[in-house]
Design a protein around this ligand. Structure first.
Ligand code: GN1
Ligand code: MG
Length: 385
């Protein structure tokens, strides 16, 4: 969709123009287009005409996003987290590419009005991948998320608000599902009987990360918590990682949350909402490449228990997300954007098939994790947990 005052959705264009004005963007508005990115927020690329001072006009783009306030109940706090995190990244590595959120005349990095909760940042020319089996790219994605965690290793986690309570608490996610199944407000539970039975049968293993944390065996770190490979921007041509985006869920979390979420997305042989989701399996080559990239950045600071939790973390996160998709299906698709009525059920099935294949490949995954943890642990200086 390409929206400009001339062609297309005038109302959206007018709205985005107003948002741009409030953020003090210079130059005349030219056009806008929705970017199909993410399952929660709405994202638009907005283009402005800029005079280069020598008589030539060119386009300058920004990203405007409307935050889904059903998912994020305290968006002001979320924007406060983002300000702190991007500020730290910028201070620590001023030469790197980073997200730069604009402020209004009143000094806020958001606008909240009757049209929604908006923010606006720089548009970074780059390429992204929804699926990718090229080991160079996948290794770089692993490096990018590992680097992000390392950069924030001394960040004061207590200064961050919790943007979604119990986000990766798999036990709580399961408890919510059990409650919702009892209510079954739309009578949809019957459709998902097989899926529910499977998820219940693997509940303890799916909750392994959560349980290890509750038993005090895994340390809290500042983590990204939404590590889909399409949240890494790569430089065109070289595929060098430029930066990690989508910082809405940066909160205290576990190393396995970031590792596992990335694996269940990147190493899936089919897309997350493949209608034929039973075909989903784990690509061990992708797993291998991501693992090497991630551990090359983090092995020196991970504890032994954390390393040992990585192989199972993909399984935990796949099951957790299946539970979340099912929850949303049962409640009437209020959280994740859907394109057809059974979209969330289809997504859940796909995560379930993937998790089954992960069970078969658990030993191979762990062997790769241990190999690269050893290879990159030279600079290890933390206590063994
Ligand atoms: C959501 O919107 P997006 O695609 O960045 C979700 C993730 C899920 C993902 C599944 C805040 O992320 O947790 O893993 O969908 N983000 C939130 O595609 O719930
Ligand atoms: Mg996200």
């Amino acid at each position: 969709m390409h929206e400009s005052p001339k062609n297309g959705n005038r109302e959206t264009a007018r709205l985005l123009q107003k948002i741009g004005q409030a953020f003090g963007i210079p130059g005349p508005f030219f056009s806008c287009e929705e970017i199909k990115m993410g399952n929660v927020n709405r994202t638009y690329k907005v283009n402005y005409v800029v005079d280069d001072g020598e008589g030539t006009a060119h386009l300058k783009s920004y990203l405007a996003q409307r935050i889904n306030t059903y998912a994020f109940r305290t968006p002001e706090q979320l924007m406060s987290n983002i300000e702190k995190v991007t500020g730290t990244l910028k201070r620590k590595a001023p030469g790197e590419v980073y997200l730069d959120f604009r402020h209004t005349a009143g000094g806020k990095n958001y606008i909240a009005d009757e049209t929604g909760f908006w923010r606006l940042c720089n548009f970074i020319p780059s390429v992204t991948f929804n699926t990718c089996s090229d080991p160079r790219v996948v290794r770089n994605a692993g490096k990018a998320f590992g680097h992000f965690q390392t950069m924030l290793s001394d960040f004061d986690a207590s200064s961050l608000f919790c943007t979604i309570p119990d986000f990766h608490d798999t036990r709580v996610r399961y408890e919510t599902l059990v409650r919702n199944l009892k209510d079954d407000p739309l009578g949809r539970a019957g459709e998902a009987e097989k899926e529910i039975d499977y998820l219940m049968s693997v509940r303890d293993l799916a909750c392994r990360l959560t349980d290890l944390f509750r038993q005090g065996k895994l340390p809290l770190r500042v983590t990204h918590n939404d590590t889909k490979i399409n949240n890494v921007l790569f430089e065109e041509g070289t595929f060098r990682p430029l930066t990690v985006i989508d910082l809405d869920t940066v909160m205290p979390g576990l190393a396995g949350h970031d590792f596992g979420d990335a694996i269940r997305f990147a190493a899936n042989t089919v897309e997350e909402d493949c209608p034929d989701g039973d075909r989903a399996t784990l690509d061990l080559n992708v797993f291998w490449a991501f693992t090497e990239g991630f551990l090359s950045e983090t092995a020196c600071s991970l504890t032994k228990n954390e390393v040992d939790s990585l192989a199972v973390s993909g399984f935990c996160l796949a099951c957790e997300l299946a539970v979340r998709f099912l929850n949303d299906y049962i409640l009437g698709d209020k959280y994740f954007k859907i394109s057809f009525p059974e979209h969330n059920l289809v997504r859940a099935r796909c995560q379930i098939a993937l998790s089954k294949d992960m069970l078969k490949k658990m030993d191979a995954m762990d062997a790769l994790v241990q190999r690269y943890a050893r290879k990159y642990a030279d600079r290890k200086n933390t206590d063994e947990n």
